[in-house]
Design a protein. Structure first.
Length: 324
């Protein structure tokens, strides 16, 4: 009897390690592209040299970003080490796409308010959390009710980037709108329960460990989807969280209506959160902890605005003139 196909083996291996669905999709796509690049030869027939050829092709012919090339390499290393159980020698002589050093785009506080004023309803509330709590896009849309602590004015981010948990602040200015929103979501959840639904998807093996937890209010998504849909693995109908693209689209529209010409996306709110805290005098270690950065060097990029451009140096055009 034939075993699962190679791409299915990758999916199984990724899920065993509890990687995200996006990582699973990316790894499968990169392995598929790698096989096609080598004219559909099986990866067992290929090795370090063929990986080098593929990565060099991405850098030199496709001109991909450094992060894209690194993701492709991670996918191939996962394929060989975790699926095919083949140890490869260290990959030398790979033309690495250079990672450019860029400063983040940051909005002024007035610009943030202009963008927020163009949003309404759920997307307004979510965008306020992006900025007011420094959340990443996926961290925001996947928040569960139990992660909001009104007593301590804090938000707990579960399994964030790097699979780390952290706590950040809950802005007091959105406490009441958020509570009203949760009241609406709770009513929706109770209606789902009455109709035989209302089971939230649980992470990892919690559904087996706590069989009734998926119907509990605390496990429901804060930004619940407007529609129910079946789980891709189990077929169970859930009310998932709002699609990230919904918030991204709303923010793009708000930026355009606000007349802001900067390249602004959802992550810009997080950049602005960090920069504005540093401007207000909070120490960089505190900001590092709120952002969930492992290394303070990552947080230090936000100090660029504290120098007010040109490292605080006055332009000669602005220097006072002295009469002869």
């Amino acid at each position: 009897m034939e075993g699962p196909k190679l791409l299915d083996q990758i999916r199984l291996a990724v899920r065993r390690r509890h990687y995200s669905h996006r990582t699973e999709q990316a790894y499968v796509n990169w392995v598929r592209a790698y096989i096609r690049f080598h004219r559909k030869r099986h990866p067992r027939e290929l090795g370090a040299e063929e990986i080098r050829e593929f990565l060099n092709y991405l850098a030199n012919d496709r001109h991909v970003a450094a992060s894209t090339q690194s993701q492709a390499l991670s996918a191939l290393l996962f394929l060989y080490k975790q699926v095919l159980m083949i140890d490869l020698p260290w990959l030398a002589n790979v033309d690495r796409a250079r990672r450019p050093v860029r400063v983040p785009v940051v909005l002024t506080r007035a610009e943030v308010q202009r963008v927020l004023s163009e949003l309404r309803g759920t997307t307004w509330l979510a965008a306020n959390l992006l900025y007011g709590s420094g959340l990443r896009l996926l961290e925001c849309v996947t928040l569960r009710v139990k992660d909001i602590d009104f007593a301590y004015n804090q938000v707990t981010v579960r399994d964030g980037k790097g699979r780390k948990d952290r706590r950040t602040l809950l802005p007091t200015s959105i406490r009441e709108p958020l509570q009203r929103h949760l009241g609406i979501v709770r009513t929706l959840h109770e209606r789902d329960l009455a109709r035989g639904f209302g089971r939230a998807p649980l992470p990892f093996a919690l559904a087996r460990k706590y069989p009734t937890a998926n119907i509990e209010w605390g496990w429901q998504f804060v930004f619940a989807s407007a529609v129910r849909s079946p789980d891709r693995d189990t077929g169970i109908v859930h009310r998932f969280h709002m699609a990230p693209s919904t918030l991204q689209s709303a923010v793009r529209t708000a930026v355009r209506r606000a007349g802001i010409d900067k390249p602004v996306g959802c992550h810009t709110f997080r950049h602005s959160f960090a920069t504005h805290l540093l401007e207000s005098g909070y120490d960089i270690r505190t900001v590092q902890e709120l952002l969930g950065h492992s290394d303070v060097k990552t947080t230090m990029i936000y100090t660029h605005v504290l120098n007010r451009g040109g490292r605080g140096v006055l332009s000669p055009l602005d220097l006072p003139t002295t009469a002869k």
